[in-house]
Design a protein around this ligand. Structure first.
Ligand SMILES: *[C@@H]1O[C@H](CO)[C@@H](O)[C@H](O)[C@H]1NC(C)=O
Ligand SMILES: *[C@@H]1O[C@H](CO)[C@@H](O)[C@H](O)[C@H]1NC(C)=O
Ligand SMILES: *[C@@H]1O[C@H](CO)[C@@H](O)[C@H](O)[C@H]1NC(C)=O
Ligand SMILES: CC(=O)N[C@H]1CO[C@H](CO)[C@@H](O)[C@@H]1O
Length: 478
C-alpha cells in the first residue's frame, strides 16, 4: 500500500492510501450529465423517432424520472444544480448570463464540488459553465473543481469555439487555441475518457458533464445528420443528429468507466437543463411551450438515473423532483449531508428504493424584471402561473416546426391555474372555475415572493470584450 499526500484546491492537506489503477473506494463514482436545451420529446424513451440507443438502455435499466423539474433557462438551472438553492434566492432567476455582463453566482454560495472534495472526491467539469467568469473566483477551478475543460459562456461555435467575437475554450485557466475545426463533442469526450483512465489514486470521481449538445448553433458531423435522412426539415435533422452525437459520447464515457472497472460503483444522473427551444428545433410535444417559458415544456426535464445501488429499477417514477434537489441527493449518495437550510431536499431514498418524494411543492421561478413580473409555483397537483409565462405558449409537433413558432410578439401575461394530474399538458385554465384554490395558491406565491432576492442583472461592461483580452473571453474585469 502506498501513501499519497494531496493538496486540495481548498488548501487543506489530506492523506489517502491508494493502489494506483485500482478501485479503492466504496463511495460511488458520480456522473452528473446535463444536456443543454434538450426537449421532452427529443429522447428515445419519449419519442421512438429519436435515436438514442445508449441513453434508452440506461434509462430503461434505471429509473426514468417523469416529474423532474428544472428552471426554464441555462444559468438559473445550473445555479440550482451547483448551489441547491432556487435561483430566486441567489439572484440568478433572471434569464441567462450575457457575455459582457460583470456577473456570477455570488461567492458566498458553496458549490457542490466543494462539498464533495471534503468527502475525498476528485471533481471535474467538462463542457459549458455559464455561472460567471468576469472574476477568477467565479470560475470552475475556484469553485471546487480540480479540473475544467470547456467554455464559460452560454453557447459556442462547435468548430471555431467562439462566441460573440471571442474565443471561448479553456483547459483549466489556459486558453485553448489548438482545436479550431474540431467538433467539440469529440474532444470533450476524449477529455472525459482521459480523466477516467487517469484516476490512478482510486479516488471517487465526480464528473459534472454539462454537454454543449444540443444548444444552438445547429452543427453536427454529417454522419450523425445522415442517421435522420427521413426527416424533411433540415434544422430538425441536424438537431436530431446532435442528440445522437451526444448519445454516442455518453456511450464512450460509460465504456471507459467499464474498462477502468469503475462502472459497477457508479451513479449516473441524466437531466436536461431546461426544455427544448422550438426556435432551434427542440421539441417538447405533447407538453406546452418550451425553453424560456414557465409552461411544462420549458421546465419538465427529460431525466433518469442509473446505477447498481438503485434497489428498484426498470420503471418510471412519478415522484416530484426539482433541480435544487440534485445537490443534497448527490451529497447523500457520497455519504455527506447538505446544510438543511438549502432549498433542495435529498431524493436518495426516492431514487434508490422508490420511497415517496419528500417534496410536495416547488417554485418554477419568481422574478420582477423581465419583461414584466412573473411567478409560478407547484403545490401538490396544482400549478399557478402569474404574470409573464413566456412564448411560445402552444403545443408544437415535431413535424410542424415552422417560422410561426418564433418567440416573437407580445409577452404572454395572465393568470393560469392547472391541475397537472388531470391536465399535464395545460389545456384547461381553472383560474375562473376554482376561485378558492386560486386564492390559496396566490397567497402561497406571495409568501414565496417575500423571500426573493433582487435579480443580479448588471449592464454590459465593454471592459470584458475579448479585444481587450487577446481575443478570448477571459476573467479579470470585475
Ligand atoms: C466514440 O469512440 C469511438 C471509438 O473510439 C470514436 O470513433 C468516436 O469518435 C467517439 N465518439 C464521440 C462522440 O466521441
Ligand atoms: C408520466 O406523466 C404523464 C403525464 O403527467 C402521465 O400521463 C403518465 O401516467 C406518467 N407515467 C408514469 C409511468 O407515471
Ligand atoms: C402547425 O403549426 C401551425 C402554426 O402554429 C398551426 O396553426 C397548426 O395547427 C399546426 N398543425 C398541427 C397539426 O399541429
Ligand atoms: C480515497 C480512499 O477511499 N482511500 C482509501 C483507500 O483504501 C484504504 C484501505 O484499503 C483506505 O484506508 C483509504 O481511505
Amino acid at each position: 500500500m502506498q501513501w499519497l499526500v494531496l493538496f486540495l484546491a481548498t488548501g487543506s492537506l489530506v492523506a489517502v492510501s491508494a493502489q494506483p489503477g485500482s478501485e479503492n473506494t466504496t463511495l460511488p463514482h458520480i456522473i452528473f450529465i446535463v444536456a443543454d436545451d434538450l426537449g421532452w420529446n427529443d429522447v428515445g424513451w419519449h419519442n421512438p423517432d429519436v435515436k438514442t440507443p445508449v441513453l434508452d438502455q440506461l434509462a430503461h435499466e434505471g429509473v426514468i424520472l417523469n416529474q423532474s423539474y428544472v428552471n426554464y433557462v441555462c444559468t438559473p438551472s445550473r445555479t440550482a444544480f451547483m448551489t441547491g438553492y432556487f435561483p430566486y434566492h441567489v439572484g440568478m432567476q433572471h434569464m441567462a448570463m450575457l457575455p459582457e455582463q460583470p456577473s456570477g453566482v455570488p461567492s458566498h454560495f458553496t458549490f457542490l464540488p466543494e462539498k464533495l472534495k471534503e468527502l475525498g472526491y476528485s471533481t471535474h467539469v467538462v463542457g459549458k459553465w455559464h455561472l460567471g467568469f468576469c472574476n477568477w473566483n467565479y470560475t470552475p477551478t475556484y469553485r471546487g473543481f480540480d479540473s475544467f475543460y470547456g467554455f464559460y459562456n452560454g453557447q459556442d461555435d462547435y468548430y471555431q469555439h467562439t462566441v460573440a467575437g471571442g474565443l471561448d475554450l479553456r483547459d483549466g485557466k489556459e486558453v485553448v487555441k489548438t482545436r479550431n475545426g474540431e467538433y467539440s463533442t469529440y474532444f470533450f469526450t476524449d477529455r472525459i475518457v482521459d480523466i477516467i483512465e487517469k484516476n490512478p489514486l482510486g479516488l471517487p470521481l465526480f464528473l459534472y458533464l454539462p454537454f454543449q449538445n444540443v444548444h444552438e448553433p445547429l452543427q453536427v458531423p454529417k454522419r450523425f445528420e445522415d442517421m435522420y435522412a427521413n426527416v424533411q426539415n433540415e434544422n430538425r435533422r441536424i438537431f436530431l443528429g446532435m442528440v445522437s452525437a451526444m448519445d454516442e459520447a455518453i456511450g464512450n464515457v460509460t465504456m471507459a468507466m467499464k474498462k477502468a472497472g469503475l462502472w459497477d460503483n457508479t451513479l449516473l444522473i441524466f437531466t436536461a437543463d431546461n426544455g427544448g427551444w422550438p426556435l432551434f428545433s427542440g421539441n417538447n410535444f405533447p407538453l406546452r411551450g418550451g425553453k424560456i417559458t414557465l409552461w411544462e415544456g420549458g421546465t419538465r426535464a427529460a431525466a433518469f438515473v442509473h446505477g447498481k445501488m438503485l434497489q428498484k429499477t426498470g420503471y418510471t417514477s412519478d415522484e416530484m423532483i426539482h433541480a435544487v434537489d440534485w445537490f443534497p441527493t448527490i451529497l447523500a449518495a457520497a455519504g455527506g449531508t447538505a446544510d438543511p437550510s438549502i432549498d433542495g431536499v435529498s431524493q436518495l431514498d426516492t431514487l434508490v428504493s422508490g420511497q415517496p418524494s419528500p417534496r410536495t411543492e416547488f417554485v418554477y421561478n419568481i422574478d420582477d424584471v423581465f419583461p414584466t413580473k412573473q411567478g409560478a409555483i407547484r403545490v401538490g397537483d396544482y400549478k399557478l402561473i402569474e404574470g409573464y409565462a413566456g412564448k411560445p405558449d402552444t403545443w408544437i409537433r415535431p413535424d410542424n416546426l415552422t417560422d410561426s413558432h418564433h418567440d416573437i410578439g407580445d409577452p404572454i401575461t395572465g393568470t393560469w391555474l392547472f391541475n397537472l394530474k388531470d391536465d399535464p399538458t395545460e389545456h384547461h385554465n381553472l383560474a375562473d372555475t376554482m376561485p378558492d384554490k386560486l386564492k390559496e395558491m396566490q397567497g402561497k406565491l406571495e409568501d414565496y415572493r417575500k423571500t426573493m432576492v433582487p435579480a443580479i442583472w448588471p449592464k454590459n461592461d465593454p471592459k470584458g470584450n475579448p479585444r481587450h483580452w487577446d481575443g478570448a473571453w477571459s476573467p479579470g474585469w470585475c
